[in-house]
Design a protein around this ligand. Structure first.
Ligand SMILES: NC(=O)c1ccc[n+]([C@@H]2O[C@H](COP(=O)([O-])OP(=O)(O)OC[C@H]3O[C@@H](n4cnc5c(N)ncnc54)[C@H](O)[C@@H]3O)[C@@H](O)[C@H]2O)c1
Length: 358
């Protein structure tokens, strides 16, 4: 069921990139819109209400991993729809800060479930923003058939063995690709899925899990150097720098534009369907292709391969979206070049940059 004027929508992490964009698109369909957000300083360095959050959204500053903060939120509101976006999102960072990632992502989800029970709240729908990170390296096809390679070791990366021999990667599909996270962030996103699936199944609450690929677009934090590679590349090219390409530049990602992700969340809520759904553009690119598009836009020097790498990064991340299109009646609309253009024009109007934030 689509949102109605009877709905009280609670969006954890609702002041972030995706949550703010969603608030602007969907707030008019609900009676109350509550963004419950800690204003994490890695994303919100001024710790102020973000301009991108819809004016009518109620912002409750609090931590999903705090029972007291949950009590504060649920004493004042009985949400009918919960969109769970709050998370620690640094993929490589998560290998050094496992406790922080597990506390917010895993414990924070459990805290939410316990708080709902404590306050006797039975939402009619919960939607979880999960991630392509649950697949890790996904499935590859080699001489002996398909296999799930697991993490690339530090020694492998140090030896510049970027791929898995001659094997070729297979796009992930929620229905058939086994999850096998290769970083702590991915493991915590899978734990969120499992926790909510168990809880919602028992309480009869429909749960829609959307596994997002790499989301980009206007509104993504320009000061968070740990996520948002398209924003990072854009700032470098805008400054006239050559974009450095990790590994051999042939890391593959599926970049999906923010408006398409907002549309997928709305379609997920409207469908009322429980299940796991991949959300991407369905049109993967190498990081080198993306960097070249951005460099061309700014007339910057050509990107250069540096052979640097990050532990915990996956080589290939892309998904098939046919099942999501069929189930949710949603389809991405914004092609990469168009989306990159929107992002460049938005960045040009912003004051903040990574270089000014540190
Ligand atoms: N952006 C992507 O490319 C992408 C890809 C896959 C999945 N996701 C998922 O989508 C969700 C939203 O991501 P985003 O891109 O909007 O990220 P974001 O960092 O812009 O927003 C996350 C928000 O959560 C808040 N937050 C962090 N810790 C919190 C805590 N302890 N309590 C309350 N709020 C807290 C932050 O302040 C921030 O406003 C996350 O769950 C993320 O894992 C995002």
């Amino acid at each position: 069921m689509s949102l109605t004027r009877d709905d009280v929508v609670l969006v954890t992490g609702g002041a972030g990139f995706i949550g703010s964009a969603l608030s602007r698109a969907a707030i008019g369909s609900a009676s109350r819109w509550i963004a419950f957000d800690s204003l994490h300083e890695q994303i919100h360095d001024r710790r102020e209400r973000p301009q991108d959050l819809a004016d009518d959204a109620e912002l409750v500053i609090g931590d999903v991993a705090s029972a007291a903060d949950w009590d504060r939120v649920l004493s004042d509101a009985t949400p009918t729809v919960i969109i769970h976006l709050a998370a620690e999102t640094g993929t490589s960072q998560s290998l050094q800060h496992a406790t922080r990632h597990a506390t917010v992502n895993v414990l924070g989800t459990a805290m939410m479930m316990d708080a709902l029970v404590r306050h006797d709240v039975h939402p009619r729908h919960i939607l979880l923003a999960s991630s392509r990170a649950v697949y890790g390296e996904g499935v590859w096809n080699g001489a002996d058939g398909e296999f799930s390679p697991g993490p690339r070791s530090h020694a492998q990366l140090e030896a510049k063995q970027w791929d898995f021999g001659d094997a070729v990667p297979v796009p992930s599909h929620a229905a058939r690709t086994p999850p096998r996270p290769v970083n702590v962030y991915g493991a915590t996103k899978l734990a969120q899925e499992n926790l909510l699936e168990a809880w919602c199944g028992s309480y009869g609450v429909p749960l829609t899990v959307l596994r997002f690929q790499n989301v980009y677009g206007p509104g993504q934090s320009l000061i968070n150097s740990y996520t948002g590679i398209v924003s990072l590349f854009s700032q470098m090219a805008e400054e006239g720098r050559a974009i450095p390409l990790y590994e051999d530049g042939r890391i593959v990602r599926d970049f999906v534009f923010i408006d398409d992700v907002v549309a997928a969340i709305r379609a997920g809520i409207a469908s009322g369907k429980s299940g796991l759904f991949d959300v991407g553009s369905g049109d993967p690119s190498t990081i080198s292709q993306v960097a070249e598009l951005i460099a061309k836009y700014h007339n910057a020097p050509p990107p250069r391969v540096t052979e640097q790498y990050r532990d915990g990064d996956v080589r290939y991340a892309a998904c098939g979206i046919e099942a999501t299109v069929a189930a949710l009646g949603w389809r991405p609309q914004v092609a990469l070049e168009e989306g990159i253009g929107h992002l460049q024009r938005w960045i040009a109007q912003q004051e903040q940059r990574i270089t000014t934030a540190r």
